[in-house]
Design a binder for this molecule. Structure first.
Ligand code: GDP
Length: 537
């Protein structure tokens, strides 16, 4: 999404030009457990990529400074990290699109959907803690989609666990082959820097920069640089790391079977540039995306993309709503009319925005792999497909059955309209699922993690001026129901009216007390399917 237009006429553009335009895109996310260092690493990547000038200080002047603080206020209220949803930067001819996964610890649909829009991921692990709960959950999602993962073992500048123990843990717990590529020289108090096992470069922790050793681990100059004791210990461990584990294999990595491991420090900026080089060299370019008419190839010359995230009220002063679109093919230009497949209508994309750190700018063009925000008033929903005259639909964006269900109680009944608006907006963002009972007027909301309820209440109060509380309902399990036979489904719904609610797309959802009740009802209604996930259409 560089501002420099590629000078070719769209109608005369040969296929090769399209390939060269998108093949320098790297669209990726960072997955980690809270506190492992995702924010610090993001900041250092932006710094290395020249998107921000000083660590901890986003470049901001005049109005932009205001926009930034507004943004941060919202993020603070939401209790999630202050990075924006997508950050684009360019280095050495490579366009990096870093998609933020929400920082709070609840597993949310939003996170899952963000991972549908990336081609690879960086997994950050705290060297003192190893694999933690959230890392594992996010990893499982990547595995489901065969997303290649680079592992960054962070905080190597301070006391941590033995590097071999960490490698073995990744290998065993995640069933991934590990290939160490950047290895630590000492650790904690004895930390001297990092060593690139393939390039034979030593990255000094003492600010002495990077030095190449032609003779590799046996180079006498390396011995001299590290000192006798440190050298002996390092040489043994580096040799074991290189010989005892798999060598980096780009094909196995891209297939999601092998993870290259980089030991470094986000805070001290050790090996972050190597990590970035690694993403540039080895991380996959935009991959074909699944659709109901078969995979859509990024080299296709017609524009296509899908909405993977919607965020309401990014700017509280202008009730705006931004739909984040991942492009999958073609050459998008500002002002283009795209077909909104769900409604069958064309929409003119006249003010597409892209994001550099906390700033937003208008973008003139985009290729496969790029992510832009399209401000709109509710036309665009998560899962929507945009095309240039074609009628296929991208697939693979799921909704998950909520695990926590609550009845919404409005403090001031005059605020019904605001509440409805807020629930609709936030349901579109994927923060919450909203269910309408057949009888009674109280909404039932469903979330995957309880923290989302707090976020929901504070956003409805802050952004829609309606105060709500949540009351327990007797149900804890929700399943979408469907059947081959419409008649059977209708009958089931009729027999269970009090337990069937409707989701926002009017699909029937069956609520029951617990898994035991669910098993009982499944057993007695073999012709009905009870789904824990459903595809968003
Ligand atoms: P996040 O929750 O994953 O976004 O983690 P943060 O980036 O906020 O980092 C959590 C804490 O770890 C902060 O206090 C950071 O300063 C610290 N931290 C991050 N990276 C490093 C590192 O490489 N070394 C050390 N010693 N501390 C780090």
């Amino acid at each position: 999404m560089s501002s420099v237009a590629i000078k070719t006429e769209p109608e005369a553009r040969p296929a090769r030009d399209m390939t060269s335009a998108y093949s320098n895109r790297r669209t990726f996310a960072i997955i980690s457990h809270p506190d492992a260092g995702k924010t610090t690493l993001t900041e250092k990547l932006l710094l290395t990529g020249g998107a921000i000038e000083m660590a901890g200080a986003v470049r901001a002047k005049g109005n932009k400074a205001r926009a930034k603080s507004d943004w941060m206020e919202i993020e603070k209220n939401r209790g999630i990290s202050v990075t924006s949803s997508v950050m684009t930067f360019e280095k050495d001819g490579i366009n990096f699109n870093l998609l933020d996964t929400p920082g709070h610890s609840d597993f949310s649909e939003d996170t899952y959907r963000t991972l549908t829009a990336v081609d690879s991921a960086i997994m950050v692990i705290d060297a003192a803690k190893g694999i933690e709960g959230q890392t594992r959950k996010l990893f499982e999602i990547c595995r489901l989609r065969d997303i290649p993962i680079i592992t960054f073992v962070n905080k190597i500048d301070r006391e941590g666990r033995d590097p071999f123990e960490l490698l073995d843990e990744i290998e065993e717990q995640l069933a991934l082959t590990v290939a160490p590529v950047i290895w630590p020289v000492g650790q904690g108090g004895l930390f001297k820097g990092c060593y690139d096992l393939a390039a034979n470069d030593f990255i000094s922790a003492k600010g002495a920069g990077t030095r190449h050793f032609e003779g590799g681990l046996d180079d006498p100059a390396l011995r001299q640089t590290l000192g006798e004791d440190a050298y002996a210990a390092f040489r043994d461990s580096a040799e074991l790391a290189a010989e005892g584990y798999a060598a980096f294999d780009p094909v196995a990595y891209r297939d999601g079977h092998l993870t290259p491991v980089i030991f470094g420090s986000a805070l001290e900026n050790f090996a972050v540039d190597r990590l970035m080089d690694f993403v540039a060299t080895h991380a996959p370019e935009p991959r074909p995306q699944p659709s109901d008419k078969g995979p859509v190839d990024p080299s296709g010359d017609k524009v296509s993309g899908f909405v993977f995230k919607v965020q309401a009220n990014m700017d509280p002063k202008h009730r705006d709503r931004v739909a984040f679109v991942r492009f999958c093919s073609g050459h998008f230009k500002r002002g283009m009319k795209l077909d909104h497949v769900r409604s069958g209508k064309a929409i003119a994309v006249s003010n597409p925005i892209y994001f550099v750190a906390q700033e937003r700018s208008l973008t003139e063009e985009a290729y496969a792999g790029d992510v832009i925000g399209i401000p709109n008033h509710g036309t665009l929903q998560v899962g929507d497909t945009l095309t240039e005259g074609e009628t296929f639909r991208f697939t693979g964006l799921p909704a998950f059955a909520p695990e926590v269900l609550r009845r919404v109680r409005l403090e001031d009944t005059m605020k019904m309209k605001q509440l409805r608006r807020g629930l609709e907006d936030l349901a579109q963002e994927g923060l919450v699922q909203v269910f309408r009972p057949t009888f009674g007027s109280d909404w039932i909301v469903g979330v995957v993690g309880p923290l989302q309820l707090d976020v929901l209440a504070s956003r409805i109060s802050g952004e829609y001026k309606a105060d709500v509380t949540f009351e327990p309902v007797q149900y804890n399990v929700a399943r979408w129901i469907r059947a081959e036979s419409e008649v059977k489904l209708k009958q089931f719904i009729k027999d269970n009216t009090t337990q069937v609610v409707r989701d926002r797309d009017d699909r029937p959802v069956y609520l029951c007390r617990d898994e035991w009740d669910l098993r009982y009802i499944i057993e007695r209604n073999k012709e009905i399917s009870f789904d824990a996930t459903r595809e968003i259409v």
